[in-house]
Write a protein that binds this ligand. Structure first.
Ligand SMILES: [Cu+2]
Length: 503
């Protein structure tokens, strides 16, 4: 052990000693006298669902800076520096990280519908990566998928006209075989898209005050502070599960807010963990899914989010002044964020009765049906339609502007009555879909699946029916991707490619 490492280690232990409850929660009980073995099998490595309980929330929630770009020659430019760094997640321990314009995660990018923008990504890492706009409806060469590689020391710009409805999207790397590690190290951030409709709504919209980005991730820390990530067969099969929750890169976070309406933009940016979120003790009003508002707000008990899915939820805190509430994950039972209602309301906001208008679903217009089967066929063999991702192969060619039905199934492993397997999800680039049915039933479509979406969860043996349309940006040479967004599955090859072509 080097002296430097030893000092971090000792400092870590004293910090742990001062707040034993915190430490036990943070480390899920595995950090003993000797700390977690850096090469060992922590709870997170087993693919287990163990999350340490946190009861003492003492770090103010980090709010990523919001960047609105700079107009240069009629184009709004956003400049990014993808860099290596260190972040002190746990007092006294420096965790090696990646970040964007900082040491972990990146700023919130604010885009306005109709504007010409250029997102300029400078890669200052020691390795190649890419930067994908998740949920962005853009030309294939601006997608930042597996083909738009940014070599170390070079810059890549995604330039396009913002051409979609108001929503909450995000950005993250999409490097073949490396996405899980690059996201784990800290690359990612939110994209808020505004349009005239969203700007005119009386909804809460003061960034970081009553309109809060929440990037939720799970991580496991070694005793020297570094992230534990062993890409063994168990991790590939079950996906990475950490024992510690981070919100915007903050452990044990609290947020001080007004006794007012509070809008939470929830992003599951975890590699593999599925959450069931709710703000306990108040009514949760769902207003948006991945790519749009719902037509009308809907009360929900909780919201299940698989990796990469987003929702916007509004909670009414006007009658709970001087109280503490919690965002909880009902899946693990863990508290995620402490909400301290300790400020008086400064503005009036409301949820309008009509949030947006979605296109009427008309299945008679459907021109084609495609089937996608997500399947595990042996250790590490994660396939879609029995194929592993090949960046040189185009799997599907789609005619622009046509309605299609995509039926996506998570095929169970094993035989007979035993339905074994794992949760997957399905993400489609470029276009947005509507979820028509789950296991053939319209009624099984969940409230947060009633707006436009780009990612949908698939339990073991489940099947979803999606109404898909790709409008615009034809290119027969450059493909987009569809894939499972459990990052270890995606990296193992559970991914395919499609082009959008002229009819
Ligand atoms: Cu998967």
């Amino acid at each position: 052990m080097t002296r430097r490492k030893f000092l971090y280690y000792a400092a870590g232990l004293s910090a742990v000693g001062a707040t034993a409850l915190y430490a036990r929660g943070m480390m899920g009980g595995v950090m003993g006298e000797r700390g977690m073995e850096p090469s060992g099998m922590g709870a997170g490595m087993m693919g287990s669902n163990t999350l340490g309980a946190v009861n003492n929330f003492f770090n103010p929630l980090h709010i990523p800076p919001e960047i609105k770009g700079e107009l240069r020659g009629g184009v709004r430019h956003y400049d990014f520096d993808i860099q290596e760094g260190y972040r002190e997640f746990i007092r006294g321990l420096n965790t090696p990280t990646y970040g964007i314009n900082g040491n972990y995660l990146g700023p919130t990018i604010r885009l306005k519908q109709g504007e010409e923008v250029s997102l300029n990504w400078q890669n200052n890492l020691g390795e190649a990566t890419t930067m994908h706009g998740h949920g962005m409806h853009v030309p294939a060469i601006m997608d930042g998928g597996v083909h738009q590689i940014i070599e170390p020391g070079t810059k890549w710009s995604a330039r396009y006209k913002v051409n979609q409805k108001a929503c909450t999207n995000w950005y993250h790397p999409h490097m073949m075989g490396k996405t899980a590690e690059h996201v784990l190290m800290g690359l990612g951030g939110m994209i808020f898209i505004d349009d005239d409709e969203s700007l005119n709504h009386p909804l809460p919209k003061r960034y970081g005050v009553d309109d809060i980005p929440l990037v939720i991730q799970d991580r496991s820390f070694a005793s020297d502070g570094s992230f534990i990530y062993n890409k063994n067969m168990m991790t590939v099969m079950h996906g990475y599960h950490g024992d510690t929750l981070l919100v915007n890169g903050t452990v044990a976070p609290y947020l001080e807010v007004e006794a007012n309406l509070l809008r939470l933009r929830l992003l599951n940016a975890s590699n593999a963990r599925v959450y069931n979120f709710a703000v306990a003790g108040v009514k949760n009003r769902l207003i948006a899914s991945d790519n749009s508002f719902l037509e009308r707000a809907e009360s929900v008990g909780s919201v299940v989010l698989s990796p990469a899915e987003r929702v916007e939820v509004v909670v009414d805190l006007r009658r709970v002044f001087a109280k503490k509430l919690y965002l909880v994950d009902r899946e693990s039972g863990a508290k995620v964020l402490e909400i301290r209602v300790n400020k008086r309301a400064q503005v009036r906001s409301a949820i309008p009765s009509k949030l947006t208008t979605l296109e009427t679903i008309n299945l008679r217009k459907v021109a084609k049906k495609r089937r996608f089967v997500l399947e595990t066929r042996g250790p590490g063999r994660l396939l879609i339609n029995r194929k592993r991702m090949d960046p040189k192969r185009v799997d599907e060619r789609i005619k622009v502007g046509e309605y299609e039905i995509w039926e996506v199934k998570n095929a169970p492993m094993g035989m007979g009555m035993m339905k074994m397997g794992m949760t997957h999800n399905f993400h489609m680039h470029a276009g947005h879909f509507r979820v028509i049915a789950r296991d053939g039933s319209k009624r099984k479509v969940l409230p947060w699946e009633r707006g436009y979406k780009d990612t949908v969860r698939l339990g073991v043996g489940e099947r979803v029916t999606l109404l898909v349309k790709h409008s615009g940006y034809t290119d027969s040479q450059n493909p987009y991707m569809y894939h499972c967004h459990i990052l270890e599955h995606e990296d193992a090859g559970m991914m395919g490619q499609f082009t959008v072509e002229d009819g």
